[in-house]
Design a protein around this ligand. Structure first.
Ligand code: SAH
Length: 349
């Protein structure tokens, strides 16, 4: 990534490349390690702040590089403690990320794209077209910033990370994977991959690729209906990725990773609240070990979607439990500040 003056973003360099840069410029290689630490562990945004480097070395870096970084333009705090961050990127695009505290955890929900190219009818982000993918460091920065917030406001580091903010992480595969590498490395944030979940709307080819790549994080799939005809209406792109292919890819994922998938599922009035919808879900769940997260619908303005009655949700729950499928009901967080799932749409700007 180059800026106007054709300077390279220094954070696109590996530690080896930084060491090489110093060697080529007649400095000792370990300077590269020092810079790497400033950039990734200390999260510094100005060359001046790299105080263990000589003034000359700092000027040299300035001549060749810029440090692209995100800035938190503002934070909104919900009554329930959820914090929504408006995150400005170096080229002025905005994404949002959300910190969600509970009694036992603090979870960071991160964005992977500016906007989204998918067309889920019930999601606010789908109303903004996809502008670009986030770079690896832009995803990492969101997590780093929320780790700091978590320590500051809640006195503990982040415990979990979910890729459930704006965008489809599997459509920004390379950068999503690279950001997780950095988040999990000891010289990054050292967070275990078992505490990270990537949520996808369901792209079979990419789910299989992830399984082949031997990733160690968890997978969530936004299912919302186990009936192809209904799912296609909710998520029109699902015509291209039919349920039978999705199920095959999830079976493959389980064979390779031994990790049960989590299905995210919203129950809407008159859309998927009938017995045949429940039966279809139970059937689909029997194909691979899984759990189902029944999530509350967060309204996104005028449309035909209405959260189903509690009765319908209980019917889902008991049908799943009768069939020994774990089901949880997820309550929304941060609704009062439009920070809940599917509500991220840069309303604040
Ligand atoms: N593109 C990815 C990740 C972003 S969406 C995916 O589809 O999984 C994160 C989760 O929020 C998904 O499960 C999505 O279905 C859900 N979601 C979208 N709009 C919502 C809304 N209005 N209310 C509740 N959940 C919503």
């Amino acid at each position: 990534m180059m800026d106007k003056e054709n300077k390279k973003d220094i954070r696109s360099l590996s530690v080896e490349e930084l060491r090489d840069f110093f060697i080529k410029n007649s400095h000792q290689a370990f300077r590269g390690n020092q810079v790497y630490k400033w950039l990734w562990q200390k999260g510094i945004h100005k060359f001046e702040g790299m105080t263990n480097l000589s003034k000359y070395a700092r000027e040299l870096l300035k001549k060749h590089f810029v440090i692209n970084h995100v800035a938190i333009d503002f934070q909104q705090k919900s009554k329930d403690g959820t914090i929504k961050n408006t995150v400005r990127l170096f080229d002025k695009f905005i994404v949002e990320s959300v910190l969600i505290p509970t009694a036992t955890r603090t979870t960071a929900c991160v964005s992977s794209q500016v906007g989204c190219s998918l067309d889920c009818k019930f999601c606010a982000t789908a109303k903004i077209k996809r502008m670009r993918n986030l770079n690896m460091d832009e995803i990492y920065d969101q997590v780093k910033a929320m780790d700091q917030q978590s320590r500051y406001y809640y006195g503990r580091p982040l415990s979990n990370i979910v890729f459930m903010g704006m965008g489809e992480p599997l459509m920004n595969y390379k950068n999503m994977i690279a950001s997780i590498e950095k988040i999990t490395q000891p010289d990054g944030l050292g967070i275990s991959p078992s505490r990270i979940t990537v949520s996808t709307s369901g792209i079979p080819k990419m789910i299989m690729k992830m399984a082949d790549d031997g990733v160690k994080f968890g997978l969530a799939v936004s299912l919302h209906s186990a009936r192809q005809s209904v799912r296609e209406q909710l998520m029109p792109f699902a015509k291209k990725f039919p349920l039978n292919e999705l199920v095959t890819s999830i079976q493959y994922w389980y064979e390779k990773t031994s990790k049960p998938v989590t299905y995210e599922y919203i129950v809407w009035k008159k859309i998927n609240d009938k017995k045949e919808d429940i039966d279809a879900l139970v059937d689909l769940c029997k194909s691979t070990p899984c759990k189902v997260n029944l999530i509350e619908y967060n309204p996104i303005g005028e449309n035909e979607f209405l959260q189903a009655d509690n009765e319908a949700i209980s019917d889902y729950r008991s049908a799943l439990e009768t069939n020994r499928i774990t089901a949880t009901v997820r309550r929304s967080r941060g609704k009062d500040i439009d920070a809940a799932c599917g509500q991220l749409a840069n309303k604040s700007i």
